[in-house]
Write a new protein. Sequence first.
Length: 643
Amino acid sequence: MRKILLFCYILVLTLAGCARMGNPDGGWYDETPPRVVGASPTDKSVNVSSKKIAILFNEFIKLDNAQEKVVVSPPQLEVPEIKASGKSIIVTLLDSLKKNTTYTIDFSDAISDNNENNPMGNYTYSFSTGAEIDTFEVSGYVLEAQNLEPLKGVLVGLYSNLEDTAFTKTPMQRVSRSDSRGHFVIKGVAPGHYRIYALEDMDGDYMYTQKSERLAFLRDTIIPTAKADIRQDTLWKDSLHIESISRTGYTHFLPDDIVLQAFSTPLTNRYLVKTERQSPDHFSIFFSYGDSLQPIIKGLNFNEREAFIIEPSEKNDTMTYWLRDTALVNQDTLRMELTYRMTDSLGMLQPVTEELEVLAKQGYAKRMKQKQKEFDEWFKMQEKNRKKGLPYDSVMPAKPLALRFSVSGALDPDRNIFISSPTPLARIDTSRIHLYAKHDSLWYESRFKLRDVGRREHMLLGEWQPGTEYSLELDSAAFTDIYEGFSSKMKRGFKVKDYDAYSSFFVNISGLNGKPLVIQMLNSSDKVYKEQKTSNGQTEFYYVTPGTYYLRLFVDDNNNGLWDCGNYERGLQPEQVYYFHEEIECRAKWDVTREWNPLLRSLNRQKPAKITQQKADKERTVKKNRNAERAKAMGIPYIPQDY
């Protein structure tokens, strides 16, 4: 029967050839991926002693990004040589082979044919130096702990040594790397009990030796198992119609749902980074880490007593010194002794003293020349006005203090106005600050409070009424800085938006009862728009600007209102983060409510795709049906190549 069918195909092709000689221009496309036809040693061989492996294929092949995609396990401290040559791949292991050990070479999707780039698909070669080959697998995902982003290219490894020190003293036993989805599969695992870790291995030693290396760990013990299972495969006619559904038996390796949450340990070693004097009126000293004790400055060419207004950063890792005396401002070089605490070789803070020279970025002479130029230009303009009989000034006015205001046009009812000064303030005259509200076409004075939230920033709190127009007005010299610069007269109008311009959002969280939670509404850039703390799982967000939002929460274990990373030395996991898996549409005048149990979905399936920055790589597939389409266009019959 087969011979008769083949004869019929040949006859059809012959008749077609009489009408049209030859194949289509360029010949048929290659639509079949390469396949392995042999290997030396044979795949899954035992008692292997050779460190050179040759894998043979049925056609010319190439390797795509072998250094990143091909993973050898156990890990090799000396990088193996992996080369594609013609119809073969040659792998040479440079490390000594371990006794009674299964070796796997996972090529992932790096292999494709040389002509049409048809990918072979995930392929793993294995052999054993002992009498048995290990076949268990464990798999899961690596995510960034703070935002559940999939992490690509992170090393994931197993230890049969269950001690905590194994991760910091010895290389991983079996390894894999996470793909663009954060997914990993560790193959060739022997029966037993393991601990699992993830590592952004900066120095290539397959263990955690540097604090700068991102890591993840689980305290749970991993026990590999396997069971017989059924996989359902669906073949589609097109995007809407199913052609067939087949059920295929396979070996299901467990666990396959491990989630590792990676974090970076804060670098707490403290040392002096640099000094800067971008402007003559202040200089800054930068440290690698903060300290509760401020540095001590002793002036060597100036008197440091009452010389500064000190402005520390939020984390006390940067100290800014504003010079009170204009004589010091005009001094180009400040020489000083700086005493501060630095981390020693044992990790302890010890006082050290250094001599520093802090130079102004722009010297006094150059600044004076620039001021003279500005004066000359001003004077020339006044002379022109005087000769033309126009108003003119006899004294050049000082530049006003350039205040910045956080409001422009519209204000949310739950927000306040921040007023920032470029220099430290010496005085604020609240009698020169006026806030007016408009009611029935008339303006009335409105009450406010001014709260100091920093050396150079104040918050103006008002009784904001939705739908009401306001006018914030400053008389001249309402704000005066330490250099006697003062603010000019200013008027700024704005309107507090009406209730109807907003949506309200309510979320009821279950599954985390009694835990302190911080709930965050996020915008389309995964940035926090609003946040609330709760311990009963009920959260209300008012005055939500219409738009599309996302929802995240973290369990605030230490109740400090901030997300905290883990600590491997202390065995602390990072504070747990969850994402609501759907986007939330808020419209004006709407009240939107969501019920959310964060524990019902695995962490790798929570973060919505639209705000996930690490997108999955496009899956490499064989280009099919091109020959059938070409034959149809040429008006000749087509016989599949794999017939």
